[in-house]
Every structure is written in structure tokens, then in C-alpha cells.
Ligand binder design. Structure first.
Ligand code: NI
Length: 167
């Protein structure tokens, strides 16, 4: 097992459409256990492979009910609407109120190649949508309305320039 550094905003891997997994199970087991260890260490409720620099369609998550993983997942159903202060390990320290469907269902595979589905409201629905966005090269900022996104980009830039904590 190994803890990976988490890639942050500005890293091109986070804007890249990740590649569909066709690897054998053995190599995925290693990847998934490293991803879980990295996620728990951070700590976070979800982590997608691109966030550790591996452009493959895999994510791990744990919303407090135990770990789960999805390989080649897709959102197959959404409904409702829910605004939640969403954060991301790749944009550390920031939370923005982001409106998305409240319920989501995702279909994909486990590491043995069996088809699996996960679904849920609120945090579960949010994690499924957020992690699958990562696999499509999309960060949570892209889900903000235009003005809020511009402000968020300014805030990130100021923080990265070290202006935020200056007296
Ligand atoms: Ni994220």
C-alpha cells in the first residue's frame, strides 16, 4: 500500500477525460487499495484515480458506511435538486454551495468485472456525481454559476499567491 500525493487545481490530469479501464484485476487491486489509503489519510469521502495522477476511470468513496469502489462508472439516473457546500481534495480548503440533482444512480463494475450499481440521495448522490465528474475531467468549479465561478477562480488565485492570510 502507498499514499500518493493528491494532484491539485491547475494540474492538467484533472482536466483530462480518463481512460476506460480494461486492466486485469491484480493491477486494479493495488491501485484501489492505494487510493483508499490515500483517501482516508487526506481525509476525504471520495477520490478518483486522476486525483493521484492516474488517468483511469476508477473511484473510491466512503460516506461513513464503509468503502466502495467503481470501475468505468456512469450516471444512469438523476432527479431532484440539492444545494450542498461541496469541497474537493484537489482544491483544498475551499467549499462552495453547489446545486446538483439530489438523487443519483451510477452503474459500473467492481474490480472483478461484475456489474454494480450505487444510488442515493444527498451525500451519496453528491459523491457519485462529483467523482464521475473527475473521470470526465471536470472539477466542482465547473458546476458553479458563471459569476460564482469567476469569484472562486479569483479566490483560488489569491490563495495560491499567498495573499489570503496577509495582514
Ligand atoms: Ni474531488
Amino acid at each position: 500500500m502507498a499514499i500518493y500525493p493528491i494532484r491539485t487545481f491547475g494540474d492538467p490530469v484533472l482536466r483530462t477525460n480518463a481512460v476506460k479501464v480494461s486492466d486485469d484485476v491484480a493491477s486494479l487491486e493495488r491501485l484501489v487499495s492505494d487510493m483508499l489509503e490515500t483517501m482516508y489519510e487526506a481525509p476525504g469521502v471520495g477520490l478518483a484515480a486522476p486525483q493521484i495522477g492516474i488517468s483511469k476511470r476508477v473511484f473510491v468513496a466512503d460516506i461513513g458506511e464503509g468503502p466502495f469502489i467503481m470501475v468505468n462508472p456512469e450516471i444512469v439516473d438523476v432527479s431532484g435538486s440539492w444545494t450542498f457546500d461541496e469541497g474537493c481534495l484537489s482544491v483544498p480548503g475551499f467549499y462552495w454551495p453547489i446545486k446538483r440533482p439530489g438523487y443519483a444512480k451510477a452503474r459500473g463494475f467492481d474490480i472483478e468485472g461484475n456489474e454494480i450499481e450505487f444510488e442515493g440521495d444527498e451525500l451519496m448522490g453528491r459523491v457519485l456525481q462529483h467523482e464521475i465528474d473527475h473521470l470526465n475531467g471536470m472539477l466542482l468549479l465547473e458546476r458553479l454559476p458563471r459569476r460564482a465561478k469567476k469569484q472562486a477562480l479569483r479566490d483560488i488565485r489569491e490563495q495560491s499567491l499567498g495573499l489570503v492570510d496577509r495582514p
